[in-house]
Design a protein around this ligand. Sequence first.
Ligand SMILES: Nc1ncnc2c1ncn2[C@@H]1O[C@H](COP(=O)(O)OP(=O)(O)O)[C@@H](O)[C@H]1O
Ligand SMILES: [Mg+2]
Length: 353
Amino acid sequence: MIEFEGVTKRYPDGTVAVDDLSLTVDTGQITVLVGPSGCGKTTALRMINRMIEPSSGRILIDGDDVTSRPEAQLRREIGYVIQGAGLFPHRTVLDNVATVPILQGSSRREARTSALDLLERVGLAADLGERYPAQLSGGQQQRVGVARALAADPPVLLMDEPFSAVDPVVRDDLQQELLRLQGELGKTIVLVTHDIDEAIRLGDKVAVFAQRARLAQFAPPADLLAAPADDFVASLVGRDRGFRGLGFADGSSVALTPIDHGVDGLTLEVDHDGRPLGWRGSDGLLPTEGTFSDGANLRTVTDLVILSPAGAAIRVDAEGRADGLVLLADLAGSVRSQQRERLAALASAEEAG
Ligand SMILES: Nc1ncnc2c1ncn2[C@@H]1O[C@H](COP(=O)(O)OP(=O)(O)O)[C@@H](O)[C@H]1O
Ligand SMILES: [Mg+2]
């Protein structure tokens, strides 16, 4: 657990970057700090590993004031990833990743072996290890940056706009990869971004900062979408928040209709294994436009219902065999009941707090 207790940072020129911030970051979760440029995100983040010292207030990690720990130990326990990866340009990828463990006393051989493991973990082929950073794409460099930060196996990882310098497609891959990696590692991650969509995708909890790191709202992403605390948060989360909120609702609660049920003159056609081929109608076979399986969210299911020529989403089992249809009316019922649940949860949270 990382606790900010009334933390203020005033720079020597008088700029107050962070003003009396109190915030608790849970262990083993991704906490995202999001807000407009200049609102104090980087300053707040860098105070955790003492790259910046607070002017007043305290930061505790698992109950200990960070200022009570030797800086060397602190850096070992806290990985740090920045935009553009910040790799050493004159060292190979493998040496970039192995540097810190070697400094900490690992043998060169050990460090290089575990560096190879780490490259694989972040989705890089082993032969990239002999290249220099400039010989990699931006996305690959960013993966190396993550591998390097993980090399000392720190319990805490700080990430400052780690994916902001890469194009949207690569960013999407990196975000997905981070979530997968976090599923394996369960680190305490504090990630800074100015991109609300990234915050909503990655955060277990999201801290929305206004200027001077004023905490406008600190909540799970689904709550930010369902109930923004004020106009500032509402404008940041933007349009379509109702629809985007369906991304946090379980799609397996929707009532299913048997797959031989015809819809508007269309019938689902499957191959001899039961896998969907398309919708058969008087105009021939129309494409399915996709399927969903267990674990899908309501946003995905809704999207499929809208795209489907029959207005029905196709559910498939683990083998890809169609095992049910979601009709528009059943989807609507499910959206409505999840809305009721959310409103009830918000009402009881309001009562409690
Ligand atoms: N070393 C510094 N000296 C003076 N002002 C600074 C310094 N670093 C950042 N600032 C100012 O502090 C505020 C917060 O900056 P920063 O924490 O970098 O914000 P963010 O990461 O949210 O963009 C900004 O107004 C910025 O100009
Ligand atoms: Mg910043």
